[in-house]
Design a protein around this ligand. Structure first.
Ligand SMILES: NC(=O)c1ccc[n+]([C@@H]2O[C@H](COP(=O)([O-])OP(=O)(O)OC[C@H]3O[C@@H](n4cnc5c(N)ncnc54)[C@H](O)[C@@H]3O)[C@@H](O)[C@H]2O)c1
Length: 425
């Protein structure tokens, strides 16, 4: 394997949910890491040793690596001149019509290219459709640098698999690495080996790594769609969908997925569209995946309709939880947000409480802040099952409260009635 120089200096472009923890992890290992982000406020906070993510576990390490100048926050791409490797952790969203929106990635590639030199390594960690790292990212880098990928600079793809707010962190998840050629894969392996203890798996190509990420998230989206549809059936025939899933889980080959008011975040509601779009482009219609995504996108609308149905004029409603999943502060594609917007359109008045959002933040989103207090709500909607619900449930739910449980959180009846997704208690 080619030797990496002793003092390794890398850059991580995009310091969000993926990039910032990765940056801290690399800096902790002794590597000098330039953390690059276009958001000046984030850079200012980092320079002041402040953690802006809701994962409080990062704070102490962040303070240490900034203090020791192992992590150097930056906004200008010229710092890339000093780096042997550049890791890209930029957003890859979809447009309103669910077509992949690669503007951010393309724009950043245009700014990275001029700073590449012979022997530079670029690793794409962002989730993209099969072929994107080579055909789009690689080609822009070639054009802007005047260098040839695979020959003058190394190019690899290592899709991030972290699950923010859970124990599934980069340092303990097996990591795939695909290179444009063998040298690129090995070069990327050597960098990651310095700071990731989890197994590093070199796969045959860029496209295999990209394809694995597409499959992982599409597999999850499609299985969620299946149980969402089963839940809709259970509502018609008066059966508890969670009991069916629990029973099926006793079989060795069954992996349980759970229905809910909807999927959220930057991955499950987004990534499969990159795959179905590529497939259509190549003349293949991935019918089941397309239908499954449509089912999942419909879930918040169906859930909002249930609230409207249960609502009677004058009722006091609390929406508990805004974030797209528990124990994090992240609104991206949040089904709770979709439900709230729909209720506003239907002129249903409600209050919102989320322990991760201050009252002024809730107001800034256009909602009335709610309170965790006994006896003030007739209807409580569980939109995010934050762990705080354990202590809050008894306070917000009285014996006459109707509960609309979008997460099937409650195991037995509380209040007057619990209307879940695919079951009523
Ligand atoms: N969040 C997750 O759970 C998760 C998990 C696995 C993979 N991914 C993938 O990782 C990638 C990054 O996701 P994320 O959740 O970290 O996104 P994010 O939105 O949290 O962070 C992206 C960061 O990039 C910065 N940025 C945007 N444009 C920029 C530019 N031109 N130059 C420099 N910085 C710029 C933003 O300011 C932001 O800080 C996406 O492809 C996503 O699909 C995300």
């Amino acid at each position: 394997m080619p030797k990496i120089r002793k003092k390794t200096t890398i850059a991580i472009v995009g310091l969000g949910y993926v990039g910032l923890p990765l940056t801290i992890l690399a800096a902790k290992s002794g590597i000098i890491v330039y953390g690059l982000d276009k958001d000046k406020e984030k850079i200012r906070l980092l320079q002041n040793r402040k953690n802006y993510l809701s994962d409080a576990g990062l704070t102490r390490d962040l303070e240490k690596v900034i203090g020791e100048k192992k992590l150097i926050p930056a906004t200008h791409f010229s710092i890339l001149k000093k780096c042997q490797a550049i890791l890209i952790c930029l957003p890859t969203p979809v447009y309103k019509n669910f077509k992949p929106d690669l503007r951010i990635l393309k724009n950043a590639a245009g700014k990275i290219g001029p700073y590449l030199k012979k022997g530079s390594l670029v690793i794409n960690e962002s989730t993209v459709a099969i072929g994107t790292t080579r055909e789009i990212l690689g080609k822009i880098l070639e054009k802007k640098s005047g260098l040839k990928m695979g020959q003058d600079f190394y190019l690899a793809c290592s899709p991030e698999r972290v699950d923010p707010g859970t124990a599934n962190k980069t340092e303990n998840i097996a990591k795939l690495i695909g290179g444009i050629n063998e040298q690129s894969g090995r070069r990327a392996y050597q960098i990651y080996q310095k700071f990731i203890k989890a197994p590093l798996e070199i796969v045959a190509s860029l496209e295999i790594a990209e394809g694995a990420k597409m499959l992982e998230n599409s597999y999850r989206a499609l299985n969620i769609a299946l149980v969402n549809e089963l839940a809709l059936l259970c509502e018609k025939i008066n059966l508890d969908v969670t009991a069916i899933i629990a029973a099926a889980s006793t079989k060795w080959s069954f992996q349980a997925h759970w229905p809910s008011l909807g999927t959220g975040g930057h991955c499950i509601p987004v990534d499969p569209h990159y795959l179905t779009d590529l497939a259509r482009d190549k003349g293949v219609t991935m019918k089941s995946l397309e239908a499954g995504m449509a089912t999942n996108h419909q879930m918040p609308l169906r859930f909002a309709a249930k609230i409207v149905k249960a609502y009677k004029k004058g009722m006091r409603i609390l929406i508990y939880g805004l974030a797209y999943k528990k124990n994090i502060k992240d609104l991206r594609e949040s089904p709770s947000l979709t439900v709230c917007r729909l209720l506003q359109k239907r002129k249903v008045s409600f209050q919102v409480y989320d322990p991760f959002y201050a009252t002024q933040e809730i107001r800034a989103l256009g909602f009335t802040p709610g309170r965790v207090k006994k006896g003030i709500y007739d209807l409580v909607v569980i939109a995010t099952d934050h762990d705080t619900l354990q202590k809050d449930a008894a306070k917000i739910i009285s014996k006459n409260t109707v509960v609309l449980d979008g997460k099937n959180y409650f195991q037995k009846k509380v209040g007057k009635k619990v209307i879940g997704v695919g079951r009523t208690l």
